[in-house]
Design a protein around this ligand. Structure first.
Ligand code: SAH
Length: 346
């Protein structure tokens, strides 16, 4: 059955009209779902019994089941969910000094085939619906409600390529961002893409405030072609041109993600190449320690070399951060837990 979480506010208003209801019902339902965070339609006490029965016959509220939860030493929590067709997806809750951030999954599996990533170990089975992504956020928020905590940030960096599921991902963002939804600020929502240029262009044209992060991971085409097959379709110069246009049209700071892979992309020459690509853009580089995936054989750069890489960027007038590792004792790298369990459950 379809989940009511699939509907953005505007779509729910439309649905109410189709069902012969007043538009303002959408506001009531949104408030029950996202502010009071009910688990059943029966709790919606200001809506007529007859109409609730109609809704119940067509929709569920929560389409996912939490089947596993792993907590790491640094309190990072990894959740494994089962969708209604049995597919497994995962979300990761991270605690920062600026708030609590949830990393959500946008597709069941991934087709981008990045060589270092665990997600691609399982090919894409299907897209997540907007409501299935909303449900990941709601499940975790409901857990946090028990201690009076609130999710302040959402990053779409779990399994999947969000721009390969563009409409559902944008609908998801609208719902969690809506004032009557969870009201998570647009600037606290980050979409991360491996570089699907036509969708970056589309996104640029929407003039929304969500953050855009680009998984670059290599500063030249030769290396990026090897690590990320998407580069063969949209090489670096094409990607950078699209990003320059995005920047000019949106006045938003871009993030470049760069995993440091020992002996692969972490030399000072790579740092210089990276700096010359990025210098002048309103952007910074997020250097990410690699979470080793058994099947792939890559290793993370050691801290000393990572610092040297960071210094080289800064010397070349490119802002960077060196991200601390989160939850590497709980298979928190993209797709790791799911890849393991999928194997066991089959
Ligand atoms: N497809 C999107 C979003 C999902 S991946 C994208 O490519 O951006 C989110 C980020 O995690 C990407 O930068 C990805 O390259 C990175 N990542 C994947 N596997 C990783 C691993 N084992 N360790 C650290 N980061 C990883």
């Amino acid at each position: 059955m379809k989940t009511i979480y699939d509907y953005s506010y505007a779509q729910l208003e439309e649905l109410m009209l189709q069902k012969g209801q007043k538009k303002y019902r959408a506001g009531q339902i949104f408030s029950w779902l996202y502010q009071k965070r009910v688990v059943s339609f029966d709790e919606m006490s200001d809506i007529s019994h007859v109409f609730l029965e109609e809704l119940k016959s067509e929709y569920v509220i929560n389409p996912i089941e939490m089947i596993e939860k792993q907590v790491s030493k640094d309190k990072t929590v990894k959740y494994l969910f089962r969708l209604s067709d049995g597919a497994l997806v995962e979300s990761v809750l991270m605690h920062f000094d600026y708030g609590k951030s949830l990393c959500v999954t946008s597709q069941v599996g991934c087709n981008m085939g990045c060589r270092f990533c665990a997600s691609g170990l399982l090919k894409k089975q299907r897209d997540c619906t907007s409501g299935e992504i909303v449900a990941q956020v709601m499940s975790v928020q409901k857990e946090l409600d028990k201690t009076g905590d609130r999710l302040s940030h959402v990053v779409i960096m779990g399994t999947g390529e969000p721009f390969d599921n563009y409409d559902n991902v944008m609908n998801f963002c609208r719902t969690i961002n809506h004032d009557k939804g969870l009201a998570i600020g647009a600037r606290h929502i980050t979409i991360s893409t491996c570089g699907l240029v036509p969708m970056i262009e589309r996104f640029a044209g929407e003039h929304v405030q969500y953050n855009l992060a680009i998984s670059l991971h290599a500063p030249n085409n030769e290396l990026r072609n090897q690590l990320m097959p998407v580069n063969q379709a949209y090489p670096i110069e094409v990607l950078m041109a699209a990003l320059k246009k995005y920047s000019e049209e949106n006045n938003r700071r871009l993030t470049f993600e760069y995993i440091l892979l020992k002996g692969v992309n972490d030399s000072l020459e790579h740092a210089a190449q990276l700096a010359s690509l990025i210098r002048g853009l309103n952007a910074y580089v997020n250097l990410i320690p690699y979470n080793a995936v058994d099947e792939h054989g890559f290793q993370s750069t050691d801290m000393k070399s990572a610092m040297k890489f960071y210094d080289a960027l800064m010397k070349n007038r490119v802002k960077a951060t060196l991200r601390a590792k989160h939850g590497d004792d709980i298979d928190a790298a993209c797709g790791q837990l799911r890849a393991k369990r999928q194997g066991e459950l089959k």
